[in-house]
Design a binder for this molecule. Structure first.
Ligand code: GLN
Length: 454
C-alpha cells in the first residue's frame, strides 16, 4: 500500500505507463495466505516491483512505449516476469521506456518523457533525463517508487540509466535471462536484467530472473548460482583491469575523478590494479549502430497492421497502403531512423561494406576482451562519458545521443556481464556510475566488485 501510494503521488515523473495496484496487493495477500497455510515463501515474497513495458504481461497492456502497440494486451506472460511472480514479487505497474528500447534518455517514448527525480545543485529546476532506454525503471527506483524493477540492455539500457540516477543495475551474460516474451529490438544483443537500489538487491532479483528456457534458442543451459549467498567484497587476489582506450580525450573531469576513486576503493579492498588494452574500442559504437538497427529492421517487420496493435486503414486503401499507413503512424522518428539505417546496411549493394564489416569488428571486440581477461578478473571503467543531461539537450542531435553509449556497447557486443554501481556525485550534484565488466558467466565476480565499490 505504501508503494502504491508513492507511485500514485509521483505521477508527475511519468515513470509508469500503466499502474496495477491490485496486482501488487495480490502478491502481499498471497504472502499472508502462504504463511497461514505453512507454505514456503519465495525469495521475493510480497516485494512490489516495476516491470519495464517491454515485457509481455498477460492481460496487462504491453506497448514498448509505442503507438504501434498501444492497447495491445498479450495473451501470455514473458518468462522473466513469470519467474519474478513465481518468486513472490507483485507488479506495481508497467514502466515507461524509450520507444522499442531505442534511445538513451527515455525521450523517444510515445507516452512522454520520464523525469528524473535528480536536479542540479545550482538551484536550477531544469528537468534531468533519467537515461534510457530503461528510464522509467531508473527514475522509479531513484524516487523510491519501487525497490527494484526489470530493465533490458541491448547497448547500455540498464547500465546508463542506473548511472544517471544513482542506482545499481546488471546486464548478465547474454543468454542468462530468457528473451521469450520480451519485445525484440536486436536479438543478438537484447538481455534482461535487474535494476535496484544496491548490489545485493540486484543479486536477489537476478537469481529470480535468470535460468534456462527452452522457448529461447539462445538461452543458456546452465544452473543459476546463488549469487546473493556468495557476495563478497574482499578483492584480495583479484586483478582489476583498467582499459587504456577508455581514457578518451576530453573525458569529463568529474567522470575521470570518479574512475580514479573507484580504482582506489578496489585497491583498498585488496585488488591489484593492472592496465589493459582493448584496442578495437573505438570501432564498437559504429559497429553497434549498424548491427542493432539491422536486427531491429528485421524484428520490427512484424508490425504490419495485421498481427499486433495498431491498424491504419485509410478509405479504399489496398494491403500495401495499409502497411505503409500503419507503420507511418505507429512508429516514432527514432524507430523509423533505425529501420531506415537497418534496411540500408542490409541491402544487397551495401551489405558487405556495412553489415559484414560490423560483424567482423564485433568478433575483434570480443577477442579484445578475451585477451584482456588473461590479465585481469574484471574490468573497471565509467558507465557513461557524462552525468545525466537535461531533457531536450540532446534530442536535436542523434549522434550526440548515440555517443553517450560509447562505454556501454563494447560489453554488449561481446555478450559479457556488466554492471553499473553508483560512485559519487559530480560537481553539479548529479550521480555518476562506474561500470564493472566480467568474464562470460562471471556475474559473481562483477557483483562482488560492485559490492566493494558500493
Ligand atoms: N541507447 C542505445 C540505443 O539507443 C541502447 C539501447 C538499449 O540498450 N536498449 O540503441
Amino acid at each position: 500500500e505504501a508503494f502504491n501510494a508513492r507511485v500514485a503521488a509521483a505521477q508527475a515523473l511519468n515513470a509508469f505507463i500503466v499502474t496495477t495496484p491490485e496486482a501488487a496487493l495480490d502478491a502481499a495477500r498471497k504472502v499472508d495466505a502462504d504463511r497461514a497455510a505453512g507454505n514456503a515463501l519465495g525469495k521475493l515474497a510480497g516485494v512490489p516491483i516495476g516491470m519495464k513495458d517491454l515485457f509481455a504481461t498477460k492481460g496487462v497492456q504491453t506497448t514498448a512505449a509505442s503507438h504501434m502497440l498501444e492497447g495491445f494486451t498479450p495473451q501470455y506472460e514473458s518468462t522473466v516476469s513469470q519467474k519474478l511472480w513465481d518468486a513472490g514479487a507483485g507488479m506495481l505497474g508497467k514502466l515507461n521506456l524509450d520507444q522499442f528500447a531505442m534511445g538513451s534518455s527515455n525521450e523517444t517514448s510515445y507516452f512522454g518523457n520520464v523525469i528524473s527525480p535528480w536536479r542540479r545543485n545550482d538551484g536550477s529546476t531544469a528537468a534531468m533525463a533519467p537515461g534510457g532506454s530503461s528510464g522509467g525503471s531508473s527514475a522509479a527506483i531513484a524516487a523510491r517508487l519501487c525497490p527494484a524493477a526489470t530493465g533490458t540492455d541491448t547497448g547500455g539500457s540498464i547500465r546508463q540509466p542506473a548511472a544517471f540516477t544513482g542506482i545499481s543495475g546488471i546486464k548478465p551474460t547474454y543468454g542468462r535471462c530468457s528473451r521469450w516474451g520480451i519485445v525484440a529490438f536486436a536479438s543478438s544483443l537484447d538481455q534482461a536484467g535487474p535494476m535496484a537500489r544496491d548490489v545485493r538487491d540486484c543479486a536477489i532479483m537476478l537469481e529470480a530472473m535468470a535460468g534456462f528456457d527452452p522457448k529461447d534458442s539462445t538461452s543458456l543451459d546452465m544452473a543459476v548460482p546463488n549469487w546473493e549467498a556468495s557476495l563478497n567484497a574482499d578483492m584480495k587476489g583479484k586483478k582489476v583491469g583498467i582499459p587504456r582506450e577508455y581514457r578518451v580525450d576530453g573525458l569529463d573531469a568529474d567522470v575521470a575523478k570518479s574512475w580514479d576513486d573507484g580504482i582506489a576503493w578496489l585497491k583498498d579492498a585488496g585488488a591489484e590494479i593492472v592496465e589493459i588494452s582493448l584496442p578495437h574500442t573505438k570501432y564498437a559504437l559504429p559497429a553497434y549502430y549498424i548491427i542493432a538497427p539491422a536486427e531491429a529492421s528485421s524484428n520490427l517487420a512484424r508490425y504490419d497492421g495485421v498481427r499486433y496493435g495498431l491498424r491504419d486503414l485509410p478509405d479504399g486503401a489496398n494491403l500495401q497502403e495499409m502497411y505503409a499507413a500503419t507503420r507511418a503512424a505507429g512508429f516514432g522518428a527514432e524507430v523509423k531512423r533505425r529501420i531506415l539505417i537497418g534496411t540500408y546496411v542490409l541491402s544487397a549493394g551495401f551489405y558487405d561494406a556495412y553489415y559484414t564489416q560490423a560483424q567482423k569488428v564485433r568478433a575483434l571486440i570480443a577477442r579484445d576482451f578475451e585477451l584482456a581477461f588473461q590479465h585481469c578478473d574484471v574490468i573497471l571503467a565509467p558507465t557513461a562519458p557524462t552525468a545525466a543531461f537535461g531533457l531536450g539537450e540532446k534530442t536535436a542531435d542523434p549522434l550526440a545521443m548515440y555517443l553517450n553509449d560509447v562505454f556501454a556497447v563494447p560489453a554488449s557486443l561481446a555478450g559479457l556481464p556488466a554492471m553499473s554501481v553508483p560512485a559519487g556525485l559530480n560537481r553539479e550534484g548529479l550521480p555518476l556510475g562506474l561500470q564493472i565488466v566480467g568474464r562470460p558467466f562471471d556475474e559473481q565476480g562483477v557483483l562482488n566488485a560492485g559490492l566493494a565499490i558500493e
